[in-house]
Design a protein around this ligand. Sequence first.
Ligand code: HEM
Length: 201
Amino acid sequence: MLRNRDTSYGLVAITIHWTIAALFVGQMLLGLAPRWTHSMALQFTLIQWHKSFGFLILALAALRLAWALLNKWPRRPVAIERGEWLAAKTVQGSLYALMLVVPLTGWALVSTSTLDVPSFAFNMVVIPDLPMARSEATEDFWRVTHQWLAYATAVIATGHMLAALRHEFWLGDGVLKRMWPARRDERSGDQTKRRHTAARR
Ligand code: HEM
């Protein structure tokens, strides 16, 4: 099932969700790694890879938002109270926004940097800088903004993950399975159910 259903997300949303989740963890490490070496050459390479994966996350986040707007949203599971559902949607909404804003602030940082280093995405294409004036003040502003938004995203994403794990391993209400590919028997169960309903009509 590529598209979302009333009871769970489709394969497209699920694949983008877990791809962005994995890339984000790597991206945080790649962003911090230049602090762990004195080699300028290694710092340069690490930041180029950081920028490359940052642009990839930006593209995936935009695709994800477009897909979410074109798809229906799975309904609130009975296991989740309205209040918790509202909190969960607020957290998810802020993660959608931050997955766009954090890379954009990184892009603004390199676009205002007085170092004027071009950005090569995966050593294949040059990504042009945003049309912004270069100065140390603006560069510092975007550096601090980028760093703190990245840390805030890490904290919110960790809370989001712990809430999902609590539902799965503490409450056992299967909410996490809505964001996991359905197993073959679950899919075939659905198909059988559909066949029976069609037969009954
Ligand atoms: C979701 C995507 C991204 C995340 C989570 C992220 C996260 C981070 C983190 C955690 C740091 C280290 C902060 C510190 O040293 O305290 C960092 C640094 C940096 N990021 Fe990103 N970043 C992302 C995307 C980007 C993009 C798209 C660009 C540029 C096109 C970029 C450019 C930079 C640069 C240049 C630095 C080094 C700043 C400095 O210390 O001079 N980032 N990023």
